[in-house]
Design a binder for this molecule. Structure first.
Ligand SMILES: [Zn+2]
Ligand SMILES: [Zn+2]
Length: 448
């Protein structure tokens, strides 16, 4: 008997043991409390854990940037093939969408992002990135692995899932808006709800954190070229100095949040890029500045964008310069705020509480970071949460996007079990309450 056959028999046996299944095998609401706990036990079994660690390390060694995740995508498809899970490919270039269950409603999606970052890994270890200048420093290698881990658990329980779990492997999260592309390709058609996980280096392992309503900010990028007239640095009267103009622009931009915004409506404007000049004695022709802006409501976001453009062009003209402003590389979509559906928050608290203990399911404050999961949650009820990885006994875990970022692989089973449990219990609940009230997550902060 092959290992995988043995494994699936073991899983099915386990499911039959723990769930009240009669002649008609189907998960029942009475069996609900046991499912999450069982799934965590399954995900922690050495054979499943080691398999997940192997996948995660393979992806970590070969990081690929947004929409270039060809090998990652190939690995995902090979694993799905191995498990006998049907999928759609390509979706949004390198994305993969798998299906487990009956193929009929209710449909619930669980999502992982696939891309790495353009940065050099500084962690010295056996499975360090083999690609110079590219690194999985945001844990997306772990996210893909957790979703595959969930796929394995779910596939072994496919006969008792009375609905369909949609596995969303999404490319290009890091500023590329891959989620938007997947939506445009129809990935969420007929899907009732979607869940997403992000690992967190600052929260203890065995804990999760999230909140109902707005969780992460909407974000955009701006770039401006401020043009003057270059010349000799010792004869400023014959020049129009764009460095001085850009400096004033930056100071004025900092007044948008401090003087114009409601202090209770969180916003950020950061200038993170300043390029101009190259010599001590030459005033350059132009300076390029750029940065990001964040807000939670659409109205605030649009207002901020308009004011950024005005401040740059008008303040530049005070210093006799011209300025042109572009947003998001001319055409990339702005990320909306990530707003968690309130009903799904209740569902999450129940399921995660059963797995981890209610004391390990934490409420958190919103963050000004952003996530393109927001595109999904804008269209259907969505829920995004953070999964702790920190373990003091294993040294310091640096934050995401640090060249010293490390994934604590002990978190993998938690992610796999949470994904699988959230999806199966969602389907069960949906069936026990055919028309649950759909609380919209968008009423509050995404006024149309
Ligand atoms: Zn990231
Ligand atoms: Zn990330």
């Amino acid at each position: 008997m092959g290992f995988s056959q043995w494994l699936s028999l073991t899983f099915i046996f386990h499911a039959f043991l723990s769930l009240p299944i009669s002649s008609e095998p189907s998960l029942s609401p009475e069996g609900l409390p046991q499912i999450p706990v069982n799934f965590l036990e399954l995900a922690k079994r050495p054979e499943v854990f080691d398999w997940m660690v192997g996948i995660r390390r393979k992806i970590h060694e070969n990081p690929e940037l947004g929409f270039q995740e060809f090998e990652t995508s190939k690995l995902i498809r090979a694993e799905l093939d191995q498990m006998g899970i049907p999928y759609k490919y390509p979706v949004a270039e390198t994305g993969v969408v798998g299906y487990i269950g009956t193929g009929s409603p209710p449909f619930v999606a669980i999502r992982a992002d696939m891309d790495a970052l353009a940065m050099q890994e500084s962690v010295e270890w056996e499975h360090k990135s083999k690609v110079p200048g590219k690194m999985h420093a945001c844990g997306h290698d772990a996210h893909v692995t957790m979703l595959l881990g969930a796929a394995k658990i779910l596939q072994d329980h496919r006969h008792v899932i009375q609905g369909t779990v949609v596995l969303v492997f999404q490319p290009g999260e890091e500023g590329h808006g891959g989620a938007k592309k997947m939506l445009d390709d129809g990935v969420l058609e007929n899907v009732d709800a979607i869940f997403g996980i992000h690992v967190s280096a600052s929260r203890p392992i065995g804990t999760v954190a999230s909140r109902p309503g707005p969780l992460l900010a909407g974000s955009g990028f701006f770039e401006a070229v401020i043009s003057g007239k270059g010349g000799h640095a010792a004869i400023p009267q014959h020049t129009i100095d764009p460095i001085l103009a850009a400096s004033n622009v930056i100071v004025s931009l900092q007044h948008l949040v401090s003087r114009e915004a409601d202090p209770l409506d969180s916003q950020v404007v950061t200038v993170a890029k300043f390029q101009g000049g190259g010599a001590f004695n030459v005033i350059p022709d132009s300076v390029t500045i750029g940065g990001t802006f964040r807000a939670f409501s659409k109205e605030t976001f649009i207002h901020l964008k308009q004011r950024i453009e005005e401040v740059i062009t008008k303040q530049a003209s005070v210093q006799r310069c011209n300025a042109t402003v572009t947003f998001n590389d001319n055409g990339q979509p702005f990320f909306p705020a990530t707003v968690n559906n309130k009903d799904l928050h209740v569902h999450f608290q129940k399921v995660a509480g059963d797995i981890l203990g209610t004391q390990n399911v934490l409420e958190m404050q919103p963050l000004m970071g952003s996530e393109d999961f927001a595109f999904f949650a804008e269209v259907i009820p969505g829920y995004f949460f953070f999964l702790g990885m920190k373990n003091e006994t294993q040294g310091r875990f640096e934050s995401e996007h640090s060249p010293y970022f490390r994934v604590n692989e002990d978190a993998l089973p938690y992610g796999a079990a949470l994904h699988a449990s959230l999806a199966t219990t969602y389907i069960l609940e949906k069936q026990s309450k055919p028309n649950p009230p759909k609380g919209s997550s968008h009423d509050e902060l995404n006024p149309s």
